[in-house]
Design a protein around this ligand. Structure first.
Ligand SMILES: *Cc1c(COP(=O)(O)O)cnc(C)c1O
Length: 429
């Protein structure tokens, strides 16, 4: 099976050790399931791998991948740091009791309100995206009597050959400041001048869903070269180097597999070699995985509705959710593995497209899948939906968002309740 938390037992799909049919009946559909133990295991892969190699490291969970209170509580318990990208994520983390000094604040456009809100709550580091953000931070920090720690986000100029929309490390990007154009150097010089800003080091995030280990090696080398140059030019030594997130996950059996621990070791060897050659003090190393922490901890359950067979064309299976709970096929044509949870022992010989219930032709969850012949009332499961599904969900067509049910050691509990019809009108005056 795709991941060890997915099993077929007597023709029924089990997830995280529990029968999905029982859960669908208990909570209704559409339904997000999350395997708490898997989330924790995924955190530990990073912590253990880095812990063996570096004296000083921090793993930050990029919480945009899946953000709600319970997730931040788990990250606190796992002793992880977090990335946040908006006042909303900061607020959610605060409400969960997450210590914000362990948060890094990203975003290519932090508003003045965001900046004030973060500083008033003593958020640890800002990851600064451009020149004018530095001006804003200085102005607000000076007003609040703060000294704000920052990293500068740089683009090392690497093309990762992932989808265009998640390829963030190349020069032409809305994120970060490019090394290649010389602007990275200028922003370092600029940042070092401010009284209320403390430059702690540098950040890069090359892209997302990356499988090629050379990409990460190349990224770290470019960053270290740049750090060497900054020492020469400005006598500045970076204390932190954040290598970003982006490790790929397997959405289908055809996807590659990346051994994260092995990859971290390869990157360490390259970093160590270069650091020693440069006679540079080893900085604190940070990593920011999002997808690889939560993706395979998630599964979405739907109830099958209309089955439409268009003679001479193709078949459509409609479910009771869609792009409102999983917009990733519509956005990036993301692959997914689909199961009929109540027909795991039936032969898969029926070709169809899995579509949602929204009034939008692009509302597709997956095209051209092969599953057992579906009927209205079957339970349809989409695997690996833990990342960028719930966090990207919308209320298009006034469809309430599904609940998130967590599973831990054979127990299920609601982490996010189902939105009600009433919830949909609470803001309407
Ligand atoms: C999205 C993002 C991440 C996490 O990326 P994944 O592909 O989910 O691991 C990390 N850092 C930054 C700056 C990001 O924007």
């Amino acid at each position: 099976m795709l991941c060890k938390n997915i099993e077929s037992v007597n023709g029924n799909l089990h997830f995280a050790g529990m029968n999905t049919l029982t859960l669908a009946k208990k909570y209704g559909t559409p339904l997000y399931l999350m395997d708490e133990e898997r989330i924790r295991e995924n955190c530990r892969i990073y912590k253990n791998a880095l812990g063996k190699l570096y004296d000083n490291f921090t793993v930050l969970y990029a919480s945009k991948a899946c953000s709600f209170k319970r997730i931040y509580e788990i990250m606190k318990e796992e002793n992880m740091g977090i990335d946040v990208v908006s006042s909303g994520e900061i607020y959610t983390a605060l409400r969960a009791g997450f210590p914000l000094e362990k948060a890094y604040f990203h975003s290519n456009n932090k508003t003045d309100d965001d900046i004030s809100f973060a500083m008033e709550n003593s958020l640890g580091h800002f990851v600064v995206d451009g020149f004018d953000e530095l001006d804003a931070i200085e102005r607000i920090a000076s007003k609040l009597g703060k000294n704000q720690k920052i990293l500068l986000r740089l683009t090392p100029g690497i093309d990762t050959h992932t989808y265009e929309a998640v390829n963030t490390g190349k020069v032409d990007s809305k994120f970060g400041t490019a090394i290649e154009t010389g602007q990275a150097e200028e922003i370092v010089e600029y940042a070092l001048k401010f009284k209320h800003i403390q430059l702690c080091g540098f950040h890069c995030h090359i892209g997302s869903n990356v499988f090629d280990s050379d990409t990460f090696l190349r990224g770290s080398e470019i960053m270290l070269d740049f750090m060497g140059l900054m020492r020469e030019k400005f006598d500045y030594t970076a204390k932190e180097l954040d290598l970003g997130g982006g490790y790929g996950v397997r959405y289908t059996d055809d996807d590659e597999y990346i051994d994260i621990a092995e990859n971290i070791k390869k990157v360490y060897e390259a970093v160590k070699l270069k650091i020693d050659a440069m006679n540079y003090p080893m900085p604190q190393i940070l990593m920011e995985p999002g997808r690889s922490i939560v993706a395979d901890a998630g599964m979405t359950l739907y109830t099958a509705g209309t089955v439409k067979e268009i003679t001479g064309y193709k078949n459509y299976l409609s479910v009771d959710g869609g792009m409102t709970d999983n917009p990733r096929y519509a956005l990036y044509k993301s692959p997914y593995t689909v199961f009929l949870a109540n027909k795991m022992d039936k032969e898969s010989n029926y070709k169809c497209s899995l579509v949602g219930r929204c009034c939008e032709s692009g509302d597709v969850i997956q095209e051209d899948i092969t599953i057992p012949k579906p009927h209205r009332g079957d339970i349809v499961a989409v695997a690996t939906t833990g990342a960028y599904n719930y966090s990207m969900a919308s209320n298009y067509n006034r469809i309430p968002r599904p609940p998130v049910v967590m599973i831990n050691s054979g127990e299920d509990y609601i982490a996010v309740r189902r939105e009600t019809l009433e919830d949909l009108t609470v803001n309407d005056l």
